[in-house]
Design a protein around this ligand. Structure first.
Ligand code: MF3
Ligand code: CO
Ligand code: CO
Length: 293
């Protein structure tokens, strides 16, 4: 909850910038309080990152992006998903980073590899060999100096069926429209509206119940970023918020299930392909910054 009463105007700002409150977050807090008074759901103070924290997340993002670039250069038919895991694990750790998924709530590997009908949380496996026509999402999260950056990309191997290729391209458009919908003092629902409207137009379905999240100090923070939404509704997007946009979109039906044996991998019920792209971004006063570019 934003409390504009306890801090004196000449006291140090709550954000630990070292500046006096009146020269730092005072007007920000007043603006938030005003939205709140008008019934708009506003972010808690712990969802607002300082410049220093955003700088830290950007640093983690640099390693994370370089790891995805490495995958982009090296991925090929005949490779196992475990090979991708080993390559990225070594790359991140050699640079002083930690792969965030490794041992995260028991997840056994250093990244997620979600193939074809796998929506997310695919586990790298030496027996899963990339084949001609496959599509795969590689989702990497790097911890560096205590800060987290989370991003994923799709890769298409060899001769992907034209309708599947088109699907992946449209999912990328949906994702880009979602990112474009993030504006300082906009609303969380703007994102899901942009994504879902475009997906629906093409006959694809956005997965409503698995979404993006605040990120930076921990792997998964508030708010939950739903990729289905209504423009002008939902939480206020205030400068200092850092979260992911990572729509999972199915070519067929929305229904999914979780692998009973490994407890992680999420599949489409109808066996049709699913695709996803992800970035970590910061809301700034004058726009946004993608921290995983
Ligand atoms: N990187 C995923 C995300 O975008 C989370 C993976 S958690 C894991 O939120 F445990 F499955 F690795
Ligand atoms: Co991710
Ligand atoms: Co994420």
């Amino acid at each position: 909850m934003f409390n504009t009463h306890k801090i004196g105007r000449n006291d140090p700002c709550w954000c630990k910038s070292g500046l006096k409150y009146k020269n730092c977050h005072e007007s920000f807090d007043q603006k938030i309080a005003d939205y709140k008074k008008h019934g708009v759901p506003v972010p808690r103070r712990d969802m607002i990152k300082t410049k220093e924290q955003i700088d830290g997340i950007r640093e983690a993002g640099l390693i994370n992006t370089a790891a995805l670039d490495l995958v982009e250069r090296e991925i090929k038919i005949g490779m196992s998903t475990e090979d991708i895991n080993t390559m990225v694990h070594n790359f991140i750790t050699e640079r002083g980073g930690i792969p965030a998924t490794l041992n995260y709530e028991g997840f056994p590997k250093s990244l997620c590899t979600s193939l074809n009908d796998e929506i997310c949380h695919g586990i790298p496996d030496k027996n899963v060999i990339l084949a001609d026509g496959d599509i795969i999402n590689v989702d990497i999260t790097t911890i560096y100096n205590g800060y987290y950056a989370d991003a994923s990309r799709m890769f298409m191997l060899g001769n992907v069926k034209p309708e599947v290729k088109k699907f992946v391209e449209v999912v990328k458009e949906c994702f880009e429209l979602g990112v474009k919908a993030v504006k300082p003092w906009g609303r969380l629902g703007d994102i899901g509206d942009a994504i879902n409207t475009h997906a629906k137009k093409h006959g694809y379905v956005v997965v409503r119940d698995i979404g993006g999240h605040g990120v930076g100090i921990k792997f998964h923070e508030d708010p939950y970023v739903c990729h289905v939404g209504k423009e002008g509704t939902g939480m206020l997007l205030a400068p200092g918020m850092v979260f992911t946009v990572e729509p999972m979109i199915n070519m067929g039906k929305e229904e999914f299930y979780v692998d009973e044996k490994n407890g992680w991998t999420v599949y489409t019920v109808d066996g049709m392909p699913s695709a996803q792209f992800e970035v970590t971004l910061a809301v700034l006063e004058d726009g946004i910054e993608i921290l995983t570019h």
